[in-house]
Design a protein around this ligand. Structure first.
Ligand SMILES: Nc1ncnc2c1ncn2[C@@H]1O[C@H](COP(=O)(O)OP(=O)(O)O)[C@@H](O)[C@H]1O
Ligand SMILES: [Mg+2]
Length: 473
């Protein structure tokens, strides 16, 4: 999916609803088989009844029809209720999880959030219960009416048979057979109606699942496209606007930004002013609503997105803490790249994560997932080093020029560690052989040029252009 789909509450709702689909599809198969069985036995009984007396057949339909109507109505109502309560169910499940989640555990206790959440949960459970009660009484009423109508039809059938016997149109022996046939027939017709009805109800969920698949198909990340050029001079956001799906206001309104490769650009602004959003745009995760994004000459829309992603490194404050081993946590910076522990060592050293790893019982093989037994939890600062090692692993395994996005990664660190971290992050920005770096004409080339110029024999040698570093902090 495009990242925007994940941000879109309507789509998330559809994802929730679609969860019912596969189970329903499976249940439809057994309902289909049962309906087929019911149909066969009904045809047999209908044959018997038609032979016994032609009026018995329509009477049988009259007996079963109200039950069919009732079952249909109940199913519809249940479906409508499930649809309108789906967010409620999700919210109360969320509250339930918050009460037991590790990340919330401290505030749940210290801030007495536990009691607060519990009272919310109770209120939500009560209203859900009230809805179930409403459904149940409505179901009871419908079924009562259906049974009454069906009972009337049954009485009419027996009345008609009584009349047929007394009028001499039907022998007692035939009537006895007919009573059994009517009873069996109405039971199997009732069963058939139930099965067809279940098919109908399940099909509503399957249809929603289909709707989800269509939407999802429309919102998948495109595969293929033009390759991203080996050398990209600059990345340009041109008059880019973007609005998050559930927001009225634009998050970005006509933003233009040129990022020369090999330079460092700092984006400064208040919280929520729109710093992270343009980063998601320039890395191809979000598509601009208007305006354009260019990687070199190429517009992003024509480029192979997977290749664009492959060129981007990301280190954020809330980077993913994968519930896997320490080694895998680093490797997941580029999972398709094979790695032994030795291969990961430079990344560990780079992030000064060595002491953190050394403290773990099984070193890099230690599981960092507190939900499993025997796993270990790291502190915020320790995790940050693992995150930095991952970012290093990602950029050290990439062959082409790329962008490194560093989004407030050090907010969890003390000032000294922050300076150290930024010092290291800076060194991530460029790597390659001398020739590659000169060809990239970035900071390395500019500095090399400046240094070389000092040894220039005459002043006629052109001075190197100003470094392209634009530290706008
Ligand atoms: N996933 C999202 N869904 C909806 N609105 C968002 C989302 N992410 C950010 N926003 C909104 O977009 C605006 C810009 O956000 P962002 O770029 O993250 O700001 P910054 O990084 O400068 O703090 C804010 O008003 C924020 O509330
Ligand atoms: Mg941000």
């Amino acid at each position: 999916m495009e990242l925007e789909a994940i941000d879109d509450p309507d789509f998330r709702r559809l994802v929730d609803i679609a969860q019912h689909g596969p189970g329903s599809a499976r249940r439809m198969i057994s309902a289909c088989v049962a309906a087929l069985n019911g149909l066969i036995s009904l045809i047999t009984i209908a044959g018997v009844l038609a032979v016994l007396h032609p009026v018995l057949l329509p009477m049988l339909v009259l007996i079963a029809a109200p039950r069919g109507w009732g079952a249909m109505r109940v199913a519809q109502e249940r479906y409508v209720s499930v649809m309108s309560w789906i967010e409620h169910v999700r919210a109360s499940r969320l509250i339930g999880n918050l009460l037991t989640e590790r990340t919330a555990a401290q505030e749940v206790r210290l801030h007495a959030v536990g009691a607060f959440l519990l009272s919310r949960y109770e209120r939500m459970a009560e209203s859900a219960e009230a809805e179930q009660e409403r459904l149940a009484s409505s179901k009871a009423l419908t079924e009562w009416a259906a049974s009454a109508l069906s009972g009337l039809a049954m009485a009419a059938t027996y009345g008609a048979m009584f009349w047929l016997i007394t009028a001499g149109h039907m022998s007692l022996a035939v009537a006895g057979t007919a009573v059994i046939a009517v009873r069996t027939g109405s039971a199997s017709l009732g069963g058939l109606v139930m099965n067809i009805n279940q098919l109908h109800e399940e099909s509503l969920y399957v249809r929603d699942h289909g709707r989800f698949l269509t939407q999802a198909g429309r919102r998948t990340l495109p595969v293929g496209g033009a390759p991203v050029p080996e050398r990209v001079e600059e990345i340009v956001l041109d008059q880019v606007s973007y609005r998050y799906p559930d927001r009225d206001a634009l998050a970005l309104d006509g933003v233009s930004l040129t990022l020369p490769m090999g330079s460092v650009t700092a984006v400064v602004g208040e919280n929520g002013s729109g710093k992270s959003t343009p980063m998601k745009i320039l890395s191809g995760m979000l598509l601009p609503a208007s305006g354009s994004l260019r990687w070199g000459e190429a517009d992003l829309t024509g480029l192979d997105r997977a290749q664009v992603f492959a060129r981007v490194g990301l280190l954020t404050q809330d980077f993913q803490r994968w519930p896997v081993t320490a080694a895998m946590n680093i490797r997941l910076g580029r999972p398709d790249h094979p790695a032994t522990d030795d291969d990961l060592k430079p990344s560990v050293d780079y992030a000064v994560a060595g002491p953190v790893i050394a403290k773990l019982p099984d070193g890099l093989r230690s599981l960092l997932a507190r939900m499993f037994r025997g796993a270990i939890e790291l502190s915020g600062g320790e995790w940050q080093k693992v995150g930095l090692a991952r970012t290093h692993w990602r950029s050290s395994t990439s062959e082409a020029d790329g962008v490194l996005i560093v989004d407030e990664p050090t907010s969890a660190l003390d000032p000294e560690a922050e300076i150290q971290a930024f010092d290291r992050i800076r060194r991530l920005a460029e790597h390659g052989t001398h020739d590659e770096l000169i060809a990239a004409r970035g900071r390395y080339a500019a500095m090399f040029g400046a240094q070389a110029a000092q040894y220039a024999p005459t002043a006629t040698v052109p001075r190197p252009s100003a470094p392209t570093v634009s530290d706008q902090v």
